[in-house]
Design a protein around this ligand. Structure first.
Ligand code: GLV
Ligand code: MN
Ligand code: MN
Length: 405
């Protein structure tokens, strides 16, 4: 399978959306079921047996040459952010299927399991990595009880999709899985700035996600003098500009307020309540945690000055993750054997590999992101870079085959 076909498949899947004017596909939504149908066909045509586990991950198994528990996992996610591009996550799954397809039925001394994770972005339930957490045995009762905007819990969503939460233990990694590899677009500008198609990921930045609520007093926008108001949005706005300034002044810190919910939300009502998201990332967990504490302290201080209360809730606190050194070296050899320069780099984005790394050696290969654009409909990939990733992936399988035979 050539790069053009892989890209066409990504674009075909990008039509499967919950919204009419862009791509949004969340955990176990109707378009995810449609996506499963197509991916299953493609996996089966490449010689895999397919099944959907209790967390809604689609799993394709390509058997080994002889009976052995040894298994290589290759995967990425198939959920998206709102108004997403066509490649974040999905490209990694289609590259994995193409690599199996390229074996042409030839068996390796280990089986290959391709996994299409049901949730990495965390959009529907405000908690990311539901899919990979199931493989790590970390989809716990608190997560299963989380509710979406319609009041449906994760557990109810699993049942509504026709799956059985009681079967979640069977979704766990099987004994003998020796590595997890993820192909993914870089989602940033570094490889492009260096003129390189591929990057071997060495580590993934840690990540905190919270919601910060400012509570003031909704009131009439015409009659309430400025000095007698308790405007929750005015307080939130002051804090948001401080978040931006603080992150700019702290080396390698990324801090983002990406979503605001303003209530009651009318032009002639002073905002009484604002819920703001806060996303904080840094390669060093101590810096991330200290920065998050400072920003929350600032929220309380600014709120108090505006006669408003501030409180928060933490949704994610995920440590920075080192990729497995042996796999990083193997990926480096594979990139080199395929004829491309080896560039090692950290990941600023979060990935399923962070969760798999709790249990098994995990590593990632990045493909250049043209324009450095991602989480946007303009997200794309060069066909030549997809060819490069295919060649590196084939070289990796050959390397692993040689070492395991
Ligand atoms: C995943 O896309 C992330 O938020 O890093
Ligand atoms: Mn993403
Ligand atoms: Mn992704």
């Amino acid at each position: 399978m050539r790069a053009g076909e892989i890209i066409d498949r990504c674009r075909t899947l990008a039509v499967l959306s919950e919204i009419p004017d862009g791509l949004l596909r969340t955990f176990l939504s109707p378009p995810m079921r449609q996506l499963h149908g197509l991916l299953r066909e493609w996996m089966e045509a490449a010689g895999m047996r397919t099944a959907i586990d209790a967390a809604g991950n689609l799993r394709g198994l390509y058997p080994s040459s002889a009976e052995t528990p040894r298994r290589l996992l290759i995967g990425s996610h198939v959920d998206t952010v709102p108004y997403a591009g066509a490649f974040d996550g999905v490209l990694g799954v289609l590259l994995a299927i193409a690599l199996v397809d390229a074996l042409g039925g030839r068996r390796l001394p280990f089986s290959i399991e391709v996994v299409a994770f049901s949730d990495e972005e965390g959009i529907r339930f405000g908690a990311p990595f539901l899919g990979s957490r199931a493989l790590a045995g970390a989809l716990d009762a608190a997560l299963l009880g989380r509710r979406d905007a319609d009041g449906i819990s994760v557990e109810e969503a699993i049942r509504a999709f026709g799956l059985d939460p009681a079967a979640l233990p069977e979704a766990r990694l099987s004994r003998g899985v020796f590595a997890y590899i993820e192909f993914h677009i870089e989602q940033g500008p570094v490889l492009e700035s260096l003129g390189l198609p591929l990057g071997v990921v060495t580590s993934i930045a840690g990540l905190s996600r919270l919601s910060v609520t400012f509570r003031g007093q909704a009131n009439h926008a015409g009659t309430t003098p400025m000095h007698l108001r308790r405007d929750a949005l005015a307080a939130a706005a002051r804090w948001i500009s401080l978040v931006d300034r603080y992150a700019r002044a702290t080396p390698r810190l990324a801090a983002t307020v990406g979503a605001l919910d303003v209530r009651p939300g009318a032009a002639n009502i002073i905002p009484g309540e604002v819920r703001a998201s806060l996303d904080v990332r840094h390669p060093d967990d101590a810096v991330r945690q200290r920065s998050t504490a400072v920003l929350l302290d600032d929220a309380r201080r600014i709120a108090a000055r505006c006669g408003v209360a501030a409180e928060w809730q933490s949704h994610v606190d995920l440590a920075a993750t080192a990729c497995d050194p042996w796999l990083v070296a193997a990926l480096g050899r594979a990139v080199s054997a395929a004829g491309y320069p080896v560039h090692r780099m950290p990941s600023g984005a979060g990935h399923d590999a962070m969760i798999l790394a709790w249990r098994i050696p995990a590593a990632m290969l990045f493909l250049r992101s043209p324009g450095g654009i991602s989480h946007h409909p303009d997200e794309t990939v060069h066909a030549a870079d997809v060819e490069a990733a295919l060649a590196a992936g084939a070289a990796l399988l050959a390397d692993l085959e040689q070492r395991q035979a």
